[in-house]
Design a protein around this ligand. Structure first.
Ligand SMILES: NC(=O)c1ccc[n+]([C@@H]2O[C@H](COP(=O)([O-])OP(=O)(O)OC[C@H]3O[C@@H](n4cnc5c(N)ncnc54)[C@H](OP(=O)(O)O)[C@@H]3O)[C@@H](O)[C@H]2O)c1
Length: 263
């Protein structure tokens, strides 16, 4: 019996499996992947030697559902009652209430929302539990999700807020990157030079935020000398209401997540 079964061997499912095996959470022989697409199954067999790769789930200890949201109902309804001790879904927008109605009575259900950098092991995930899941189930889900980055436990009503921030957040940063590259070209830099400088600037700033132990405010003040160039640039960003734009973007994305979840 597999300790962990992942249903859906796509991008997220395989990133999770790779993380769990490489960080020693599980041995390949403890894991199973269920994937309906033949070609993907063949690729998974090559990439993950020792992992059981099948087209139908076998009962096991715990299961992660990593298929597209539109495929989740069919996956849940096809699982025999009590075939797993706990079920973690990473499908965007599906509430634990909904998942519980598709599974057996008293199923221990957990729901997580990872973001795209999880594909590189540097994701930000939030996780919430359903009505029958226990603290032990949450601890288990956190240990699984930590294979693809940082995990934060939240009450389920805050998952939409996190979706607006960390779920959609990578796209906000990608847009900032696009804008900076174009701005670099405008002030006379070659596009490739502007791209390299932008990427390294974002990476460097992110590492300073993560590794210096200082708040964003302190780091920003430290590079803003009185009457200097950075102060002049920041003045323009403030006058163009950059903060308000981010506030409204996160609010709007969180609202949209609530709307999509309620459908
Ligand atoms: N990618 C991200 O950055 C990200 C971020 C946050 C949340 N998520 C969530 O993660 C989930 C997976 O996303 P993904 O990007 O990994 O999708 P994906 O690459 O499309 O992977 C899903 C895989 O599951 C397979 N599948 C579908 N139904 C199945 C079934 N009944 N039995 C077995 N396998 C089945 C699909 O096969 P077919 O190709 O035949 O359909 C596909 O190979 C989604 O619910 C998404 O909301 C993803």
């Amino acid at each position: 019996m597999a300790r962990l079964t992942i249903i859906g061997g796509g991008r997220m499912g395989s990133a999770l499996l790779a993380g769990l095996i490489s960080n020693g959470w599980a041995k390949a022989s403890d894991c199973a992947v269920v994937e309906r697409y033949d070609n993907t199954r063949s690729a998974l067999v090559k990439r993950f030697p020792g992992v059981s790769i099948t087209d139908m789930p076998e009962p096991g200890e715990s299961v992660v559902i990593a298929v597209k949201p539109t495929d989740v109902e069919q996956v849940c309804r096809a699982l025999p009652a009590k075939s797993f001790e706990r079920v973690l879904s990473i499908a965007a927008g599906l509430t634990t209430d909904t998942l519980e109605t598709w599974l057996w009575r008293d199923a221990h259900v957990l729901r997580a929302m990872p973001n795209t950098p999880a594909l590189l092991g540097v994701g930000a995930s939030v996780v919430a539990r359903g009505s029958s899941a226990t603290d032990d189930d949450l601890v288990w889900a956190e240990s699984v999700l930590s294979a693809i980055g940082v995990v934060v436990r939240l009450p389920e009503q805050l998952i939409d807020a996190a979706t607006g921030l960390s779920g959609s957040g990578p796209a906000y940063i990608f847009m900032v990157a696009e804008a900076l590259v174009d701005a670099g070209v405008l002030v006379g830099l070659d596009r490739e030079v502007a791209r390299v400088l932008t990427l390294q600037t974002i990476l460097g700033a992110a590492r300073m935020l993560a590794e210096s132990g200082e708040s964003p405010e302190v780091l920003r003040a430290a590079v803003t000398s009185p009457g200097g160039t950075t102060a002049e640039g920041l003045r323009v960003l403030e006058s163009r209401a950059m903060r308000a734009a981010f506030t409204e973007a996160v609010e709007a994305a969180a609202r949209r997540s609530r709307e999509l979840g309620a459908r």
